[in-house]
Design a protein around this ligand. Structure first.
Ligand code: ADP
Ligand code: MG
Length: 582
């Protein structure tokens, strides 16, 4: 990272810390300052005890000094508890703030982002990086300020006490700082590499765990383990290497620190023998040196930790700053309660990547009170049309209108609120069957729910379950069959009051008889809505009011079932083929 960029990152980081925590930070600062002040008093008491109380055999003074010393230690200890408590509050606050902000931002990004998303990396940002910030970033920043104050104050005292002894100590200390600075740079680079590798491995594991059933079935476990073992080996080596480097560095520092003690007692002892120094002065000098070195080491060490925190902050900011391509137009037009929705595609063209037009000059109308169907081979662009209506992506050319207003002029939240999409594998939660259908919607009448479940024949399989509608269905509904899952998703959609309802191959896992029943129920429950039906089986859509046949991103035929059969082209061919297969 360039220094300039680092400074910007750092100041943004500090702003986030300070925002909303001003009072807390002020209190923390005062407490730290008091603790530092108390620390500075201790060597003075030591000196009085050794030189004046013990040296002059003054019991009275000894008792007083010891009581004072005890008091200082106790107050310091209590303040430390308060400090940790307040710090902990602040750390959690900031971590939660960053996490929420990242999670919310994620939901505002476009289909483009979601298509290329690396789940593992994002999880690693949300866990490890925010953890880094929480644990290394915040308290260190505060303590640095205090450490600087303590170090400077101690230095002044030491200059007055023993300047020549101080110089010896400082030279050694300077060498320590040089070693540490070099090391901290190296550590920062190595940490970044490790974090990156860690993210890669998280991705692999995520892919493995979330597809475990498929992986077992397709026997591709070996493939995963080959990649995983290799990556894991690289990571392990990097980690061990880093640990070794840290250990070496610690030992170097320990030796140097030992040299400081040795020189204090060697040179200082000589001065006492020559009567240039009292024993109390030497001991208190040593204590002060501790007070000088401790904050200096902390400052230098915190440099490495701040580097780590900055790397983490950079990754978090990258996520938070990911541009929102499809803007939430909060002032935009809204679909009102009594509106019906006519959706019109006018010359719409669109491509996911620049090379190929996935939709090419599409003209389609979806009307309320009607069912409009899209058919076509897989990859012909049917789901893409849905993605555009939901504004996961925006069109490249042409316009999409809802009630003659361009959909880009609508309030995005409101637009999406009015669209319900049921896909082949809609998202199910590891919750009860009932909750999966109701989805926290409190205003759904029990009667309507029971009636619908009866009609969709959800009851048939639910009644066989021990806990009925309260049965928990496992992650993504693993405990249900494909057809059962689809019925739940359809029920969920039919209970909603969205004006536009889209079924994208939503009945693909149902057998023919179940499908007929489900289709009848859908019709009954969506009368005044704009219904879009995508299916690869023609039998599913023969009753549609209007059918569009797509091929390579173009509409090649349109009409109702009878008209299209008369046409005697692609649609008829598809229909005949399906019939013969049956
Ligand atoms: P279908 O008619 O089967 O629903 P889609 O609309 O999903 O077809 O896809 C149309 C074409 O767009 C396909 O060639 C597909 O590979 C491509 N495509 C779909 N989604 C994406 C995406 N997120 N990024 C890039 N290409 C995509
Ligand atoms: Mg599709």
């Amino acid at each position: 990272m360039k220094d300039n960029k680092k400074m910007k990152l750092f100041s943004r980081f500090v702003r986030i810390l300070v925002k909303g925590n001003k009072y807390l930070i002020a209190i923390l600062f005062c407490i730290m300052l008091t603790i530092a002040g108390l620390d500075l008093i201790e060597p003075q008491i030591t000196r009085t005890i050794i030189d004046n109380a013990i040296g002059l055999k003054n019991t009275n003074l000894l008792i007083k000094s010891i009581l004072l010393y005890t008091l200082v230690i106790i107050i310091s200890a209590i303040l430390n508890i308060v400090l940790t408590y307040l710090e902990s509050i602040m750390k959690k606050r900031i971590a939660i703030k960053l996490k929420n902000r990242s999670l919310k931002h994620l939901s505002k990004l476009s289909g483009n982002y979601y298509s290329n998303i690396k789940t593992g990396n994002i999880i690693s940002i949300l866990n490890s990086d925010i953890f880094n910030i929480e644990n290394f970033g915040i308290e260190i920043l505060l303590s640095i300020v205090i450490d600087i104050i303590t170090a400077v104050a101690t230095l002044i005292i030491l200059i007055n006490l023993q300047p020549d002894l101080l110089i010896i100590v400082l030279v050694i200390q300077l060498i320590i700082i040089v070693i540490q600075t070099k090391f901290s740079k190296e550590l920062s680079n190595k940490t970044k590499e490790i974090r990156q590798k860690d993210g890669d491995i998280s991705n692999l594991i995520q892919e493995y765990v979330s597809n475990i059933m498929n992986i077992v079935i397709s026997k591709s476990k070996q493939n995963f383990f080959k990649r995983y073992t290799k990556e894991q080996r690289i990571l392990t080596n990097k980690c061990i290497n880093l640990d070794l480097k840290i250990a070496k560095n610690t030992s170097e520092i320990n030796v140097m620190s030992g040299l400081i003690i040795i020189s204090i007692f060697g040179y200082g002892g000589l001065k006492i023998i020559n009567n240039e120094l009292s024993l109390g002065e030497l001991i208190s000098f040593q204590q002060y040196i501790g007070l000088l070195i401790m904050p200096c080491t902390r400052i230098v060490n915190s440099n490495t930790r701040i580097q780590q925190a900055l790397v983490s902050a950079e990754r978090i900011f990258e996520l938070i700053d990911e541009p929102i391509e499809i803007q939430q137009n909060n002032v935009g037009k809204k679909i009102e309660k009594d509106d019906n929705c006519t959706i019109k595609f006018e010359n719409v063209s669109f491509s996911y990547t620049k090379e190929y037009k996935n939709l090419d000059g599409i003209n389609i109308v979806f009307k309320p009170y009607e069912t409009t169907a899209l058919v076509g081979s897989s990859g012909s662009g049917k789901s893409t049309i849905i993605n555009l209506i939901f504004r996961m992506w925006d069109v490249d050319d042409g316009e999409i209108y809802i009630n003659n207003v361009d959909i880009r002029e609508y309030n995005l939240k409101n637009l999406r609120k009015n669209i319900s999409i049921v896909t082949q594998d809609s998202l199910l939660f590891d919750d009860t069957i009932k909750n999966n259908i109701l989805l926290n919607r409190k205003n759904i009448e029990e009667n309507k729910f029971i009636n619908l479940c009866n009609k969709l024949r959800i009851n048939e399989f639910v009644d066989d379950l021990e806990d009925g509608f309260d049965t928990i269905i496992g992650e993504n509904g693993v405990k249900l069959s494909g057809g059962q899952k689809q019925r739940l998703s359809i029920a969920r959609a039919l209970l909603g009051n969205e004006k536009i309802i889209i079924f994208d191959e939503a009945t693909s896992a149902l057998d023919n008889i179940s499908q007929k029943i489900v289709l009848k129920t859908i019709k009954e429950f969506t009368k005044e809505k704009t219904v879009i039906f995508i299916a690869h089986r023609i039998s599913t859509i023969v009753d549609a009011d209007k059918i569009y046949v797509l091929e390579n991103g173009k509409v090649i035929e349109e009409g109702n079932h009878i008209e299209l059969l008369k046409n005697n082209k692609v649609y008829r061919k598809m229909f005949v083929q399906e019939d013969t297969i049956k």
